[in-house]
Design a protein around this ligand. Structure first.
Ligand code: FES
Length: 605
């Protein structure tokens, strides 16, 4: 039902249950906000969006106040402006005044609010004692001195990811956002996804920066520094330089990396294609053992293992399902292992001198590269991980005029890839890429270009499923003749929880399940340019699919560099060498029986 109201003398008609904030925005009226973030539940606590509603005894927060017929709203009256200004001044009073040296300088929402409100001095003294900075994890840093208690991090961790690592602790002026039952994030149940850092409006939560060690490696003439970039970077990096979300900047990104001094500009897409060969083979072997050999030890459905935040979730919340996980390393880690073996041998370079830098949309990749088992090459497979935001910063520090760069191509052989690898960037993409290859391998028939997309697994719906009945199978896979392969896709850990519980309860009759930790998949990763909303996710996904559709090769098994590496070095997918370098094992790391316990503990503190 439609509702008609007045906002600043404009007559506005919107659907019922719309908030005053959304109604104002739809009419072009700007109301400032801070704790509100699209897609994350709004606590209505910061009071930065206060407006006057005729007849109401007090000012109302526009972000949680619903419209009503005949409502008269004044957003810019002196009373509303003064109240909003007071809210921001009170936050500034307890905020460090070191903006010039803050990671969010120039990109801070509190700074922008103060500027827009014309605040040049604060009338109140600070009442806060300094707090220690939490650097305990390899992924994110928490500086609660800068926290404005907007609770976006709490909401995204609890409601979107279903983890509940973060919660308010203490009361009144003493309130801080605490991590788990301990003082530090490393003691909490945390998957390192960085979604808290992605929604933080100020410099209170941010990725642990690897820019300095990367500069040091680039400046060291004894080091051979190579770089890989995840597929999701190419449709988001441009946002650091003012481009619209989804703008593809692949060629400029390659040119910038070359100008930064990387000896080779490679591509995680190469090992994404390789992953499809390894993971697809693993799935087919599991199916063969289950269907033909009736092996009761085979675990199906098989889960994808590309997303390190998802792996952390599985290890901490569903360790009983670890046997269902593919043993494939993520494309990032496969790349590192091959850079220090295959590439080193091919080019006659001492692997000790090779430094592998990854550019990833994900803060959990920083945790993943530090895992003790990720050294199958005899060295640490991946040395440093930069997020998309850090790469943007690195390019700016180097004084590179990004937008005027020409388009350049990645280096062969580990920079060559197909469109199937591009779509690893978004939810459903790994599944679509796998189906393109598995279908052709099993049936021996070529999939026409027009039929490459698997629409049911695309889009931002939290849980998706698809099925395909296999007919005309080649002799090697004849046991699959007539089998209806069922697949499912989940993104965001609340959805991962749903599908894991279905599997644990024996209620999921799928063969293969893709799970990505972050909402939207890697394009929505915790290291991507801020702010990632669903609207931004959709634009980045469109950019990724355009990248795929513009490729001459769009199926992983058609990648000639992947075919070559099997011929020259690896042998066969899932063969001995592949197992040694490209596969791994995961561990039970369950520490706390329930996330809810942590929340209750925090509330009681
Ligand atoms: Fe509305 Fe914070 S944005 S109360």
């Amino acid at each position: 039902m439609a509702v008609t109201l007045m906002i600043d003398r404009l007559t506005v008609t919107v659907p019922e249950n719309t908030t005053v904030l959304d109604a104002a925005r739809q009419s072009g009226v700007v109301i400032p906000t801070l704790c509100h973030f699209p897609g994350v539940s709004s606590p209505g606590s910061c009071r930065v969006c206060l407006v006057e509603v005729q007849g109401a005894r007090t000012l109302q927060p526009a972000c949680v106040t619903k419209v009503a017929n005949g409502m008269v709203v004044k957003t810019a009256s002196k009373t509303a402006r003064d109240a909003r200004r007071l809210s921001v001044e009170l936050m500034l009073a307890n905020h460090p005044w070191d903006c010039n040296a803050c990671v969010r300088n120039g990109k801070c929402e509190l700074q922008a609010l103060a500027q827009d409100m014309g605040i040049t001095e604060v009338r109140f003294p600070s009442t806060r004692e300094p707090l220690p900075i939490d650097c305990s994890t390899p992924a994110v840093v928490r500086d609660m001195n800068k926290c404005v208690l907007c609770r976006r991090c709490v909401a995204v961790c609890q409601d979107v990811q279903g983890i509940g690592s973060l919660a308010p602790r203490s009361r009144g002026f003493d309130t801080i956002i605490g991590a788990g039952v301990g003082a530090d994030l490393s003691e909490a149940v945390c998957v390192q996804c960085g979604q808290c850092a992605a929604v933080c409006p100020v410099g209170a939560i941010y990725e642990k920066d690897a820019i300095e060690p990367v500069w040091a490696a680039l400046d060291d003439p004894t080091k051979h520094v190579v770089v890989q970039t995840a597929p999701a970077i190419r449709a988001a990096l441009g946002e650091c330089f003012g481009c619209e979300p989804g703008t593809r900047v692949t060629g400029k990104m390659v040119a910038a990396l070359r100008r930064l001094g990387f000896r080779k500009v490679f591509d995680t897409n190469f090992t994404a294609d390789l992953t499809i060969l390894e993971e697809g083979t693993e799935l087919l072997v599991r199916l063969q053992r289950a269907v033909v050999e009736k092996d009761p030890t085979v675990k199906l459905p098989m889960f994808t293992s590309c997303s390190p935040g998802w792996i952390n979730y599985m290890e901490q919340f569903y360790p009983q399902l670890i046997p269902n996980l593919s043993t494939c390393k993520s494309p990032q880690q496969m790349f590192g292992a091959l850079a220090k073996t295959y590439y080193a041998q091919k080019e006659g370079i001492d692997p000790k001198s090779i430094v592998v830098v990854s550019v990833m949309p994900c803060t959990a990749k920083k945790f993943e590269c530090d895992r003790s088992e990720m050294n199958a090459s005899g060295f640490k497979d991946v040395d440093y991980v930069l997020t998309t935001r850090e790469l943007g910063q690195l390019i700016k520090e180097a004084g590179i005029d990004f937008m005027s760069l020409p388009d350049e191509e990645q280096d062969a052989p580990m920079g060559l890839s197909t469109g199937a690898a591009d779509i690893f960037a978004n939810t459903g993409g790994v599944m679509e890429a796998a189906l393109r290859t598995v279908y052709e391998v099993v049936t021996g028939r070529e999939l026409p270009m027009a039929q490459l997309h698997v629409a049911p697994v695309q889009g931002l719906q939290g849980l998706k499923e698809a099925s395909v009945t296999l007919t005309g199978c080649v002799p090697a896979w004849s046991f699959l003749e007539g089998v209806t392969a069922k697949v499912a896709v989940a993104h965001g850990l609340s959805n991962a929880h749903t599908i894991c519980q279905m599997v644990a309860d024996g209620k999921a009759d799928y063969h293969f399940i893709e799970v990505m930790c972050c909402p939207g998949g890697c394009i929505g990763g915790g290291g991507q340019p801020r702010a990632t909303t669903d609207e931004v996710r959709k634009k980045r996904i469109q950019g990724i699919y355009r990248e795929d559709e513009g490729r001459p090769l769009r199926k992983s098994h058609d990648n000639p560099a992947v075919q070559q590496i099997y011929a020259d070095f690896l042998g066969t997918p899932n063969g001995h060498k592949s197992h040694e370098l490209l596969h791994t094992h995961y561990h039970d790391r369950k520490r706390h029986p329930q996330g809810g316990f942590i929340i209750i503990w925090n509330i009681l503190q």
